[in-house]
Design a protein around this ligand. Structure first.
Ligand code: LMR
Length: 397
């Protein structure tokens, strides 16, 4: 049976990391996967994480299974981080959270649960979106459709196109939205636009499923809740997938969460019992380590302060990298106006480079980026900036 199966293509994002590793060129640059890098191009463990980890290891007494939905303390902390501790939905006890192995598992568990809850629904993704969204929802058995999001000519949000598309989404369908730092474009909605979108969601009665992978990387930990809060105010039900890969730098520890808001406490309990079944049949119960670190940091005031400082520093570093990149492109006489890169937020920039240029940069220069021209801005350092700009100038000529 296994002789008949054809080879699958490498993953559009994580496959780049592998190809980059195998590239022998000394001046190669990895602008592929969304991993934070400091000014030396390293992805260090946060000091707050190291301290929490040391304490956890010293105190650990057991490796017994976690509950199916994870540690209750972690789940409550996630709810407070995502919605704010005083959110009325928390007081109304209509929010439930499961600890999942990263944001991807949160999306997949949510998708499996929704396939059971609303088997006829279709899932709507922004065009463009994170390359793995389509894979996750298709794997769960959903038909996947797209709504307009990005105006390539203006290099900005196509809000009119988005509204037109989402007004036509049938009631009961599922719409995947990016809470902040839209992946791959870096283009987000304003507060007014979120309010309009939330009213539209409530009016049309489609279900928002929010991917919240970059909380703290846009404007700040609280500021980045903007879209989630607008939707939670307008819509009785929604799902939120959180990832702590980026904001705690816990990429390999797979710490994430799926949060669901239901119309009331009883509905939340019923829905959540099915989420637990989706978890049990997929991976039984979550890996503890990353979540223990998050819990420790968020419950220890000194560690929490330290982590907030480190998170703010990562965000500021990327903002600076954007500005330095725009200035350097101009200084190298690269044709075109790249000022839009400084206006985008989060880790990614939709550079506008086409497939041929992306291929040229990879093959001839050892510069790796996602095929749609998405650049991980955090991968740009003082040491590689000049080579990068020269190479882009060549690619464009
Ligand atoms: C990315 O978009 O690069 C990250 O979310 C990593 C991944 O899993 O694709």
């Amino acid at each position: 049976m296994l002789e008949n199966i054809t080879t699958a293509p490498p993953d559009a994002i994580l496959g780049l990391t592998e190809a980059f590793r195998q590239d022998p060129r000394p001046n190669k640059i990895n602008l592929g996967a969304g991993v934070f890098k400091d000014e030396h191009g390293a992805t260090p463990i946060l000091a707050s994480v190291k301290a929490a980890e040391t304490a956890i290891l010293a105190e650990a007494r057991t490796k017994a299974y976690m509950p199916i939905a994870g540690d209750p303390a972690y789940r409550q902390l996630v709810q407070e981080m995502v919605l704010g501790a005083e959110h009325p939905a928390l007081r109304a006890r209509r929010v439930r959270t499961a600890h999942t192995p990263g944001g991807t598992a949160a999306l997949r568990v949510g998708a499996d649960f929704l396939k059971k809850a609303c088997p006829q629904a279709a899932v709507w993704l922004s065009r463009p979106t994170w390359a793995n969204h389509r894979g996750v929802f298709s794997a769960a058995g959903f038909a996947v459709r797209e709504y307009a999001y990005y105006n390539h000519a203006a290099r900005s949000l196509d809000f009119e196109g988005l509204k037109t598309a989402l007004r036509a989404v049938p009631s009961g369908d599922i719409v995947v939205l990016h809470a902040c730092c839209h992946n791959p474009t870096g283009v987000d909605l304003t507060a007014e636009q979120w309010a309009e979108l939330a009213a539209l969601a409530a009016g049309r009665a489609w279900l928002p499923f929010v991917d919240f992978a970059y909380q703290g990387y846009g404007q700040g930990l609280e500021e980045d809740r903007l879209g989630v809060l607008a939707l939670a105010q307008a819509c009785p039900e929604m799902l939120i997938a959180s990832s702590f890969s980026k904001n705690f730098g816990l990429y390999q520890d797979r710490a994430g969460a799926l949060t669901l808001l239901a119309s009331g406490a009883a509905a939340a309990d019923a829905a959540f019992s099915n989420v637990e079944i989706a978890i049990r049949v997929n991976y039984s119960n979550p890996p503890a380590h990353g979540a223990l670190i998050v819990t420790r940091i968020l419950t220890d005031p000194a560690l929490r302060r330290q982590w907030r400082g480190e998170l703010d520093a990562m965000r500021t570093h990327i903002t600076g990298a954007r500005q330095r990149f725009v200035a350097a492109l101009r200084a190298h006489g690269v044709p075109g106006d790249f000022s839009f890169i400084a206006r985008q937020q989060g880790m990614f920039s939709f550079s506008g480079l086409g497939a041929a240029q992306v291929q040229f940069l990879r093959e001839h220069k050892g510069i790796y980026m996602v095929g749609d021209g998405r650049i991980n801005v955090a991968g740009i350092t003082a040491a590689n900036l000049e080579y990068l700009c020269q190479s882009i100038a060549e690619a464009l000529s």
